[in-house]
Design a protein around this ligand. Structure first.
Ligand code: SAM
Length: 293
């Protein structure tokens, strides 16, 4: 594990033992380009046909018909297609397609995406409900907020209000049926050996504190019986299990067990939650689902 910062290797070994080597190997090398068919505009079948016509070589994971894995192509080539320009496809990692699937928003519901930019999951939540949910997409950073608005518009997401605000300060006047908290994190699941790594002990500590604050706020904004999905692209317990334990200690909610697709390689994780192992196809990712009492 020479390529990873020493503090990170130590934490991975402390948490995962020998499997830390497998995690480090999962950071070695670029993953293929993956995308999601934007079914607000075109069906997965139509995208499949268009990709075939465009000469793209692709496969699909068994667990999501809207997801495509392109082989032997770089992102730039995809960005130049009319499909991309028209917002009929969206470049998105496979792991990051999981949280909206577990959120399961239904027609007519009020849904909050607490930390939403650049908006990939907001658009996916809408698409999964046939565009029939009422979305609030909150983002604190101005540049990312503008990017999110552009992406949501290009993907034709209906019934969405974009809020440029610190989600920890959202008015207690709001109540939502479902909330996605795809939290800001250290990115410890998405590292690529050879690329600059901004991860540090301080970043992890700061993220862990903010994540707990956001989670507490999210749970307070949830209707009784409502569902909150908490996700990070980190594999560290400080940002994952410890946040879940914090929420459970706080009370008023329970974990709602997640059943992962069979083909996913998983790391040991708190019962009912999933931690996706980083490998040649997937980024490291954590997902937990709460139901409010
Ligand atoms: N869900 C997004 C997607 O799939 O496109 C990615 C979200 S990214 C992991 C986390 C986002 O949270 C960043 O854009 C960051 O600027 C934003 N953020 C961080 N702190 C926030 C806060 N207190 N309130 C709102 N947004 C925040």
């Amino acid at each position: 594990m020479q390529e990873l910062p020493a503090f990170l290797s130590e934490r991975l070994f402390a948490q995962y033992g020998e499997r830390a080597n497998e995690i480090a190997a999962g950071f070695d090398g670029e993953r293929p380009v993956t995308l999601r068919a934007n079914t607000l505009k075109r069906s997965a079948q139509q995208i499949k046909a268009a990709l075939q016509e465009g000469g793209f070589c692709f496969t699909q994971p068994s667990w999501y018909e809207d997801a495509f894995i392109l082989h032997g192509v770089r992102e730039d080539a995809v960005r130049q297609t009319a499909l991309y320009e028209r917002g009929e496809i969206y470049l998105q990692s496979l792991s990051s397609m999981l949280p909206p699937l577990y959120l399961g928003a239904q027609e007519g519901e009020n849904v909050l995406d607490m930390t939403a930019a650049p908006g990939g999951k907001t658009a996916q939540i809408s698409a999964l409900a046939g565009g029939k949910v009422f979305l609030t997409a909150c983002e604190r950073d101005k540049i990312r907020f503008e990017r999110m608005k552009f992406n949501l518009q290009r993907q034709g997401v209906p019934r969405v209000s974009a809020l440029m605000e610190d989600a920890t300060k959202l008015s207690e006047f709001f109540r939502f049926d479902r909330i996605l908290l795809d939290a800001p994190c250290s990115g410890s699941g998405t590292l690529i050996v050879g690329e600059p790594m901004k991860i540090s002990p301080k970043l992890i500590t700061n993220c862990a504190a903010l994540q707990k604050k956001l989670l507490e706020k999210g749970l307070s904004l949830l209707k009784s019986g409502g569902t909150l999905v908490y996700s990070t692209c980190s594999v560290l317990k400080e940002e994952n299990e410890e946040a879940v334990e914090f929420a459970l200690r706080r009370g008023g909610c329970r974990l709602d067990e997640i059943a992962p697709p069979k083909e996913l390689a998983l790391l040991p994780s708190m019962r009912g939650t999933i931690t996706v192992a980083p490998n040649e196809l997937y980024e490291g990712f954590f997902v937990a689902r709460f139901v409010k009492s």
